[in-house]
Design a protein around this ligand. Structure first.
Ligand code: SF4
Length: 404
């Protein structure tokens, strides 16, 4: 990589993802790197996480400016607030953590009470992302979620009472046996809860999950892709009418009183292919043009951090895979991730600033073909670039595959 590009990347603010790989139960559809029954490891795991943050900071050629922190999992809300506070203090010591940094914690509604939420707010968490998934007892049972919808209502109410003014709710649609009517009810209840942000994902049956085994043995009704598309369109229309702006294929946000869209800044960093560090077991990072992946097992992660020292940036003792991205691969990722941003898309100017070549120079043939088939559209003027068309939003994978 040329020197100019290294300097450019280090001047960019970085996002930090912290993986908390503990759950009280593994849900049947989940393929995340998370474990039930290992909660006793949480204190030493939190120490290891802080050690990884320190070692990455020591290896960096300058103090990294951090603008977002995201505790994801797993179930980060299992962590005691004092532990979250200790981790955030360490981050503030070793990085230039912006005073207005977005600090999100993923929470399972059944793991919270008012006192815990107060503790998390005092620790510095300013955004909560609740894994709601459904309001229906049958659907929650099918997904093997441990909470019920009353837990969600209470968690949202307590979060508001304890001063959280930036909430996301995650929902899943296209469940086996789910009717359009049931999904419509979920969308209406989501609106009634009035979060600042909503993430709606279609269920996919992943390899290695109990759902995959059940499907293979004929124990799970087939997923209905057409019905899932109808559910998506229903949500698009209804959320727009309720004042939510869709800014990404699966994400919607409201505007605050100053007119600012309350999009998830942390995830924008991914969609814009900007740098982020992934700390914790199985976490992935993208720093200095290199992709990193950490060891999966929490016990192995803890051992590596206990025994290891600072390494060449962006490697840490937990890194088990480091890939230097070729320009062609990075361009493909910029296209695939950027096109998920349905209004912003991929701009001519940011692409050519980053790669020294124009979008049409690199992808002219693909862009012409996808524009002709009505899946992409060109933006002109100041925002010049490309984005998915209305039809392309439903067929995103057909578009992305052309760029990788
Ligand atoms: S709570 Fe979330 S992370 Fe944990 S097993 Fe269930 S889906 Fe996976």
């Amino acid at each position: 990589m040329c020197q100019a590009k290294v300097i450019l990347i280090f001047m960019l603010p970085v996002s930090l993802y912290l993986h908390i790989p503990f759950c009280t139960h593994r849900c049947g559809y989940c393929d995340f790197n998370t474990y039930a029954g290992l909660e006793a490891l949480m204190p030493v795991y939190a120490d290891a996480l802080q050690q990884e943050a320190r070692l990455l900071a020591q290896a960096a050629p300058e103090r990294l400016p951090v603008q977002t922190v995201f505790f994801g999992g797993g179930t980060p809300s299992l962590l005691p607030p004092q532990t979250v506070e200790a981790i955030l203090q360490t981050l503030a010591e070793v990085y230039d953590l912006a005073a207005d940094a977005e600090v999100t914690l993923e929470a399972n509604p059944g793991t919270l009470d008012r006192e815990k939420l107060q503790g998390l707010r005092a620790a510095g968490i300013n955004r909560l992302s609740f894994g709601v998934q459904s309001s229906s007892p049958e659907e929650l049972r099918l997904l093997e979620r441990e909470h019920d919808f009353m837990d969600v209502i209470r968690a949202v109410e307590w979060a508001r009472q304890t001063g959280f003014d930036n909430l996301n709710l995650d929902w899943i649609f296209g469940l086996p046996g789910q009717s359009l009517r049931s999904w419509q009810r979920n969308v209406e209840l989501a609106i009634q809860l009035a979060p600042e942000h909503l993430s709606l994902y279609a269920l996919t049956i992943e390899h290695g999950t109990p759902f995959r085994d059940m499907a293979a043995r004929g124990l799970l009704p087939d997923l209905d892709a057409d019905l899932a598309a109808d559910m998506y369109e229903l949500a698009v229309d209804r959320l727009a009418a309720a004042g939510y702006e869709q800014y990404e294929i699966s994400n919607w946000a409201r505007r605050d009183s100053n007119g600012e869209l309350l999009a998830c800044k942390h995830n924008l960093q991914y969609w814009r292919s900007l740098p982020y560090a992934g700390l914790g077991a199985g976490a992935h990072g993208f720093l200095d043009g290199k992709r990193t992946a950490n060891v999966l097992a929490p016990a192995a992660y803890i051992k590596r951090l206990r025994e290891g020292a600072a390494l060449e940036f962006p490697r840490t003792p937990a890194t088990v895979n480091l890939t230097v991205l070729e320009a062609q691969d990075e361009m493909g990722e910029v296209m695939m991730m950027g096109l998920r941003l349905i209004h912003e898309g991929v701009s001519q100017s940011s692409f050519s600033q980053r790669f020294g070549r124009s979008l049409d120079d690199v992808y002219g043939r693909e862009i012409r073909q996808l524009t002709r088939s009505g899946l992409l559209e060109r933006m002109n003027g100041e925002q010049a670039g490309i984005r998915l068309s209305q039809r392309g939003r439903l067929l995103g994978n057909q578009v992305f595959v052309e760029f990788i």
